[in-house]
Ligand binder design. Sequence first.
Ligand code: FES
Length: 153
Amino acid sequence: MKNKRRYFLKTACAPVVFSIFGISIIESCSSGDDDDLGTTPSPGSVDNSAESDQDKSLSIDLTNSNFSDLGDVGGWMNYSEEKMLLLRINTIEIRAFSNVCPHAGSNNQWSHSNSKFTCGNHNRSFNDDCSGSGLKLTCYSTMIEGNILTVSR
Ligand code: FES
């Protein structure tokens, strides 16, 4: 028993041990460099300097081939990494919506036609103009400057 406690104290993260004894220390147990997580960079970049999730903005380089579907008017895509639907309206406007279906939360069965997004989970359709009442897609504000689309959510 004594050896088990000694082993635990030797291997446990210091803040965990201190907190067990009632001493609070705010520190991560991680000892590595968190900057390099071994992931490939996303073509869109998120500005995390905003104060809350509601204020996050996302910048998307429209010249990136991942967004080629947005090149033509009417082109759309489900940008699932960022949980959003993007729709090219004209040369100066791309609309952005949450891809979480307002009906029951599905986010990966979308299609688009006749100015509506349809969720294939239960075949409910939602306007693509941020209008209407009742269940509707959550709309985000967007801005295009050059080849950069900025989505504020
Ligand atoms: S979850 Fe989308 S229609 Fe039901």
